[in-house]
Write a protein that binds this ligand. Sequence first.
Ligand SMILES: *[C@@H]1O[C@H](CO)[C@@H](O)[C@H](O)[C@H]1NC(C)=O
Ligand SMILES: *[C@@H]1O[C@H](CO)[C@@H](O)[C@H](O)[C@H]1NC(C)=O
Ligand SMILES: *[C@@H]1O[C@H](CO)[C@@H](O)[C@H](O)[C@H]1NC(C)=O
Ligand SMILES: *[C@@H]1O[C@H](CO)[C@@H](O)[C@H](O)[C@H]1NC(C)=O
Ligand SMILES: *[C@@H]1O[C@H](CO)[C@@H](O)[C@H](O)[C@H]1NC(C)=O
Length: 336
Amino acid sequence: MKAPVAAQMLMFLLVGLTSSTILPDTDDICRLFPDKTEVADPSSCNHYITCNNSVSEYTRCATSTPYFDNSTMKCTKTLSDDRHCQLSCLEHVGRFISDKTTCKGYYFCQDETTPIHGICPNDLHFDFQAQSCVYKSKSKCTLSSFDICSVVKTDTKVAHESDCRKYYQCTKRVLTLKNCASGQYYNSTAGACYEKWKVNCPKIPFPDNVCGTVKTPLKNKFVTDDATCRGYFYCADKGSIPDPAPVWGQCKNDTFFDTTTSSCASPLNVKCPTGADRCEGRSLTFVSGSETGCRQYLRCQNGKTEEEKSCGNYFFDENLTACISTPITYTSCVRK
Ligand SMILES: *[C@@H]1O[C@H](CO)[C@@H](O)[C@H](O)[C@H]1NC(C)=O
Ligand SMILES: *[C@@H]1O[C@H](CO)[C@@H](O)[C@H](O)[C@H]1NC(C)=O
Ligand SMILES: *[C@@H]1O[C@H](CO)[C@@H](O)[C@H](O)[C@H]1NC(C)=O
Ligand SMILES: *[C@@H]1O[C@H](CO)[C@@H](O)[C@H](O)[C@H]1NC(C)=O
Ligand SMILES: *[C@@H]1O[C@H](CO)[C@@H](O)[C@H](O)[C@H]1NC(C)=O
């Protein structure tokens, strides 16, 4: 935030919002990039940004090379193209212009060369036409409205903010949608995909065709959430269409959602979705893992896997909490 006090005052001028609270700027551009990514500052030609754990840290170029060039991603003596860092107040004095890096942000043009930054409160989006903060549902703003690849090195990964299974990559500086392998989620700080249980996903994405298709919608059915052992979605009867917003729920502790019977069952009788954590909601410290062959076991703590171990040539017996030589064939760890 460049001018917090002015920005706060502006916020009230802007929409005449009733005394709403002013939220901190959680729309930092670095939330989208892996740790240590360098970013050309879209609002100043003399700065660049280094991402430190999703937080922007600004560095000013030295006086001998005062400009940051978005093609070389280095500080230079002169700048042939300054479009990536130019905020044009020229034709907007006394008005608000969009902050291209975040839907919540705007600048107030005090004069032709002085943009003052502000952030819409309460998750509202700035709308240039309306010259005010509007409800998200009324806003056309999306990440793609800003050419995010023009401010980072080619091949930089960019987080997908509404689906943990996906991310983008600036391939030859063009934003390209990518999918993690099945059973994995994208960790934006690390810039890589990991097994689902290792990534803290704030909202479990709906599996593809979660409630069936228009041809055959699922009605009054429980289906797997495809992310956790206990989780399911309930598909309500919406007539001729699949439920567009199924409600998420969980089986009780020490039971897992069984896709084959659409009910909650004893964990050893349930194959979890790929990448799910078999320690979730368990009261045991050592539980059988999901690796085929039933030789793997997990050490659990607070409902999370702490350690993955193997019985080697032996098999893990969850009741005895021991590796035994007699083959074990729990449904949870035999080949389908
Ligand atoms: C990154 O941020 C942490 C605080 O969260 C700080 O201690 C650390 O020095 C920062 N790293 C760099 C390279 O600036
Ligand atoms: C630099 O930024 C400009 C304006 O956003 C953009 O048109 C150009 O493609 C960028 N250069 C590179 C190499 O991305
Ligand atoms: C991403 O991985 C880092 C370690 O590289 C971890 O600290 C962080 O909590 C992870 N974030 C999420 C959302 O899982
Ligand atoms: C379910 O298990 C988790 C840990 O696995 C525990 O934190 C939680 O309190 C348990 N809930 C109930 C209702 O027992
Ligand atoms: C483990 O215990 C459960 C009930 O406590 C029982 O139904 C099951 O047969 C036992 N499994 C083995 C392999 O001993």
